[in-house]
Design a protein around this ligand. Structure first.
Ligand code: SF4
Length: 338
């Protein structure tokens, strides 16, 4: 099997007790069947403790929470299962996190999740183009898959074009995102009208650097519609506030953000936004990295539902939201740290 990972993948190591967050808080870790069965055979006092702290929740076996934390997270923020039984005895979720994986026939793609602070530091810290590395692992067999191989190849090419556009230098991220939306709109039309044979012509068109240059120049005229953007962002904040969050403490600070939006009129917010852009100009690549992360991680899921448009829109909206929350944080604190 071939393995594709972003080059920063190998740089990750869990910093355990040094972590300012912890992945064992605020949610119940679901235990896979193999680990659950293994836990039934652990001897001694720890074995008893282990079994006594597993409950059933919505049909899944999960570790009981101690307040907000996993009950095996000790006062030094270290995992007792890891301490007592070693890394191999962690359940699948704990062993993998923050690594994620997606498989397509003979290709496995892996990365690290932005939800882990240490992974986020690594992803955000790369001020170069994101490089993806391909290797072979003969130990791993290919997947049985019912997906269409031709469509898969086309969609991989689409993702490559999109990431190349987002990585273009000296062009604003907004313009690049608009170009990507235009490309995906054309591909989605071909999908929706059952013209999959024509997807390759759109790919060909967008592989031409002169065409991309002209498209970028055309889109440039739309930059600066900030009042519209202000109202849209306000609507996104309201929508996101009403979604289910990992805990009930407004982890994204959306209520605060809406308050700031409510207090500032569009003109003063836009001015503050511009001031943030100037303040943060040397670090703007971090938002580009976030968008590339979302695209690498989620875009190829379109092979399962052929809804490419939704994948790219959620990636762009999520990046916009993170940027806006950064602006809000900066307005509040007068500085913005990672
Ligand atoms: S969030 Fe990341 S760094 Fe922190 S404990 Fe979990 S895996 Fe380790």
């Amino acid at each position: 099997m071939r393995i594709r990972v972003p080059s920063y993948f190998k740089d990750f190591t869990c910093i355990a007790s040094e972590c300012e967050d912890t992945c064992c808080a605020g949610w119940s870790v679901v235990i896979d069947e193999q680990s659950y069965n293994d836990y039934q055979n652990v001897d001694g006092e720890f074995g008893q403790k282990l079994r006594s702290r597993i409950v059933e929740e919505d049909g899944d076996k999960v570790f009981v929470l101690n307040g907000e934390n996993c009950s095996f997270l000790n006062e030094n923020k270290l995992c007792e299962i890891y301490n007592e039984l070693g890394e191999k005895s962690l359940c699948y979720t704990c062993r993998q996190y923050p690594r994620y994986m997606e498989e397509f026939f003979d290709l496995r793609e892996m990365g690290i999740s932005l939800s882990c602070p240490e992974a986020a530091r690594i992803i955000l810290g790369n001020d170069k183009v994101t490089v993806f590395e391909l290797s072979e692992d003969d130990q791993l067999g290919d997947m049985e898959d019912s997906i269409d191989e031709n469509a898969l190849e086309d969609f991989f090419l689409c993702r490559e074009i999109i990431i190349n556009m987002i990585e273009m230098l000296n062009i604003s991220l907004g313009i690049k995102a608009a170009a990507v939306l235009k490309f995906v709109e054309e591909i989605q039309d071909k999908i929706d009208f059952d013209e999959m044979d024509e997807v390759k012509y759109v790919i060909e068109k967008y592989s031409d650097s002169h065409f991309i240059e002209e498209l970028i120049n055309d889109l440039d005229q739309y930059e600066g519609n900030e009042v519209i953007k202000y109202h849209n962002v306000c609507a996104y904040f309201n929508t996101y506030r009403d979604l289910e969050h990992i805990n009930t403490h407004d982890p994204l600070g959306l209520n605060k953000a809406l308050k700031i939006f409510g207090e500032a009129d569009s003109k003063s917010y836009i001015n503050q936004h511009k001031a943030f852009n100037a303040y943060y100009k040397d670090n703007m690549y971090k938002f580009k990295n976030i968008l590339v992360y979302f695209i690498f991680r989620y875009f190829m899921k379109c092979i399962f539902d052929y809804d490419m448009s939704a994948k790219i829109k959620i990636a762009i909206i999520s990046t916009i939201m993170i940027k806006e929350l950064a602006v809000v944080r900066w307005i509040e604190n007068g500085q913005f740290t990672e």
